[in-house]
Design a protein around this ligand. Structure first.
Ligand code: AMP
Ligand code: SF4
Length: 456
């Protein structure tokens, strides 16, 4: 999922619209924009791509110089228009809109406690919980209410909260989900990824820190509040490995450079005699370039991805599939035939993609296929908003490396170890929980473990 906000700029909705296009890779199921003109809120949202949901007429209705936007893919929550963000809440103390990237780990406990106290939820999304917590709080001051609500939620989040005169941007205390601040046309822009800044001509200022809330208010400098007593720098490793666009800079590292470094380490740790190096488009191209550069084996574009196949793509029938009808990804047969190929991929989740690609390359005549993965094996589920939430889904939770190699029919298989992933990112720490099982937060697996009564 991706969030974006603009504060104090003319045509805020247009800027968000272009920014959402740049964040489209983070979610294709739904998107929305909510603006405020200081008096009212205006919102448009829908299920589909940014290009499908918005047009000139809709954008012209989104008046105001402050706005937030969201792109969505469902991660555990139900789909449907009700769950498409930004959400808009009506309340006698002041309406507000919210957008969230991430997942709360204590949502079930909080939801049960809030419902027991009379809350009625409109969606199955975690995001609504923060809104209820803010309003359960009897203190008058909104900043205090948000701050206190933030201390009660646990998990991964970049929250944007838009009121008629302010924009609040909050990041969880472990910094699991990234969010950056930029400057544009005398105002400010915030985004899950800096690639959105490039798209609208904004300049990067800084990242929001773990456990920080930044408040934008008209004619004032942004204010910052550190709401978490303890904080750490545990950004999600998969942001760098898979989610983010290569042109984004996250916490001081360019995503392409990180991936290229990963490929270089793989070449040093797992060299192999081969004729060419290829990467699975799009996220593994940088890794393949790094492997090729370090090993001296030529890099080739051996796989072509059709960029125009969307959600509504009709899968070929079994008969056509057997005939080799492949529209999403195709091998460049003349390059591959008779060659020993090193194949870089960012990660293996279920293993179906790798198996499919190895087979495809062999059918195209590859003599050998050596698979190199740009992260460690995923042994554990993620509870922080990434769509791998059960052990059953993970091939590495069932098989060791040799077992996976056999399953995907590769001639050899090597994963980048944790310490080299950190080296590639040039930082001491990241969240590596899906590889190591060391979760940076409590997981609140058992019912009723969380008691919010004392807070009110
Ligand atoms: P598979 O092993 O077939 O489940 O798919 C692995 C591929 O899915 C990887 O090469 C990534 O490109 C992509 N991927 C990695 N993590 C995720 C995720 N959390 N959600 C969706 N796709 C992912
Ligand atoms: Fe990212 Fe894995 Fe941590 Fe989830 S568990 S936040 S996917 S590094």
């Amino acid at each position: 999922m991706g969030v974006i906000g603009v504060f104090g700029c003319k045509n805020a909705a247009e800027l968000i619209y272009y920014g959402l296009h740049a964040l489209q890779h983070r979610g294709q199921e739904g998107c929305g924009i909510c603006t405020t003109d200081s008096t009212d809120f205006h919102r448009e949202r829908g299920e589909g791509l940014v290009i499908e949901i918005f047009n000139k007429k809709k954008l012209s209705k989104l008046k105001g110089d402050c706005a937030i936007g969201h792109v969505r893919y469902s991660s555990g929550n139900m789909g449907g228009l009700d769950n498409v963000q930004p959400f808009l809440f009506k309340h006698h103390t002041g309406d507000f809109s919210m957008a969230h990237n991430g997942n709360l780990v204590n949502s079930r406990q909080l939801r049960m406690a809030l419902e027991a106290q009379g809350s009625i939820f409109h969606t199955s999304s975690d995001t609504e919980i923060l809104a209820h917590l803010m309003k359960m709080n009897r203190r008058k001051d909104r900043i205090d209410a948000i701050e206190e609500a933030l201390t009660m939620i646990e998990g991964a989040y970049a929250f944007l909260i838009l009121t008629k005169d302010k924009l609040y941007v909050c990041r969880d205390k472990n910094g699991l989900r990234p969010v950056s601040i930029g400057k544009i046309n005398g105002g400010y822009i915030v985004s899950s990824e800096t690639c959105a800044f490039e798209a609208v001509g904004a300049t990067f200022l800084r990242d929001v820190e773990p456990g920080e809330m930044v408040i934008f208010e008209k004619d004032k400098d942004p204010k910052t509040i550190l709401f978490a007593g303890e904080y750490s720098y545990k950004m999600c490793a998969m942001e760098l490995v898979y989610f983010a666009r290569p042109d984004s800079e996250i916490e001081g590292i360019n995503v392409h450079t990180f991936r290229k470094n990963s490929g270089k380490y793989l070449a040093r740790l797992a060299p192999v005699e081969a004729d060419l190096v290829i990467g699975v488009p799009d996220s593994s191209i940088s890794g393949a370039i790094g492997y090729a550069e370090e090993s001296g084996i030529p890099y080739e574009i051996g796989l072509i991805k059709n960029k125009y196949i969307g959600r509504t793509f009709i899968q070929p029938s079994q008969e056509l599939r057997e005939k080799g009808v492949r529209l999403k990804l195709s091998p460049v047969r003349s390059l591959i035939t008779g060659k020993r190929v090193v194949l870089l991929d960012d990660s293996i989740v279920r293993g179906t993609t790798s198996k499919h690609i190895v087979r495809m390359l062999k059918e195209a005549g590859a003599k050998e296929v050596h698979v190199r993965i740009c992260c460690p094996p995923m042994h554990h589920p993620c509870f922080y908003g990434v769509d791998t939430s059960t052990y059953d889904e993970l091939i590495s939770a069932q098989f060791d490396v040799e077992g996976v190699r056999k399953m995907i029919e590769a001639d050899s298989l090597f994963y980048l170890p944790e310490e080299y992933l950190l080296k590639a990112a040039n930082r001491p720490d990241l969240c590596l929980a899906c590889y190591s099982g060391k979760y940076p937060t409590h997981l609140y697996q058992s019912k009723g473990e969380f008691n919010i009564e004392h807070k009110f």
